[in-house]
Design a protein around this ligand. Structure first.
Ligand code: BV8
Ligand code: ZN
Length: 247
């Protein structure tokens, strides 16, 4: 059990709105590989070779193989204690918002109901030509699924060089500005403009609490950094809070 700072517990008691900004690390204990770790998804291929529109147009079959491989892992994954603690905290705090870079839908499956998905959702697909959503079982018999209009169907995730969905980014930005505690959980803080929301929260006076296995660029400016597994640290923080408020 790591020691949780008393001041953080006091801040939680006063908090009006809490944001959990999450990355691939929060889903690692659910068995979903991260991007940049040792076993990272991007060790074999560089991200630009897979997670970009040009990569998709150049080799849609390869990109679909990668997403189908990840989709299978996501379908078999379960939310872990980190996702579940965030969902449970909704019942004890006025306003809990999740702003996630993840596309795995695990926060919603854990029960979080205020979630902004900055980088889309691997469970959804749309046609690049007519933009029609295709969330039915896709037909890969001809190699790559096609829309009735003839257009290629793609996963509804944000690729490099693509704009983030405006409603999701603005929702995340509003939550960051209004937050008084901003948790940053399981992210290497390298992808923008998503990571910029951390500094938006900081500039708005939020307390920044980092939870990661190791130091990141954020560690020197976070108010608190807890190094270890999110699936252990978040439940630990919530337990300490409940002990201190005899919940
Ligand atoms: C854009 C979806 C034009 C697809 C992804 C400045 C401003 C704007 C853009 C840029 C900029 N600088 C550079 C750019 C370009 C680029 C970018 O940021 N590149 C980086 C790599 C340098 N950004 C873009 O292209 C974005 N769009 O720029 O459009 C524009 C321009 C100006 C203004 C607006 C728009 C689009 C970026 C989105 C790309 N899509 N994914 C898919 O998933 O296939 S990115 C991908 O990285 C995922 O979404 C992922 O969530 C995200 C971040 O990675 P992390 O989640 O942090 O995961 P990572 O593996 O890196 O780290 C895991 C961490 O967890 C580690 O720290 C590890 O220690 C920790 N961990 C592991 N296990 C645990 C743990 N922690 C706790 N417990 C554990 N058990
Ligand atoms: Zn179409």
């Amino acid at each position: 059990m790591i020691r949780i700072d008393n001041n953080l517990i006091e801040a939680l008691k006063e908090s009006k709105s809490i944001v959990f900004f999450t990355g691939a690390g929060i889903s690692a204990e659910s068995g979903i590989p991260t991007f940049r770790g040792k076993e990272g998804l991007w060790n074999k291929f560089r991200p630009e070779e897979l997670a970009s529109f040009n990569a998709f147009i150049k080799n849609p079959k390869l990109v679909w193989e990668w997403y189908n491989y990840r989709r299978k892992i996501v379908h078999e994954a379960q939310p872990n204690p980190a996702h579940l603690t965030i969902a449970e905290m909704q019942n004890h705090f006025k306003d809990v918002t999740v702003v996630t870079q993840n596309v795995d839908n695990l926060h919603r499956r854990a029960g979080s109901n205020k979630v902004f998905e900055l980088h889309g959702n691997i469970e959804r697909n749309f046609c690049i030509n007519c933009k029609k959503f295709h969330n039915e079982e896709l037909d890969f018999s001809t190699g790559v699924p096609k829309c009735e209009c003839g257009g290629l169907i793609r996963p509804d995730v944000v690729w490099f060089g693509e704009y983030l969905p405006e409603d999701q980014f603005l929702g995340g930005e509003k939550a960051a500005i209004e937050s008084d505690i901003f948790f940053v959980v399981g992210t290497s803080v390298v992808v923008y403009p998503a990571a910029g929301l951390i500094y938006t929260a900081k500039a708005s006076g939020a307390i920044i609490v980092e939870v990661n296995l190791e130091e990141t660029d954020l560690s020197s400016s976070a108010n608190y950094s807890y190094f270890g597994k999110a699936g252990e640290i978040l439940p630990n923080i919530f337990e300490e809070y409940k002990l201190n408020t005899n919940l």
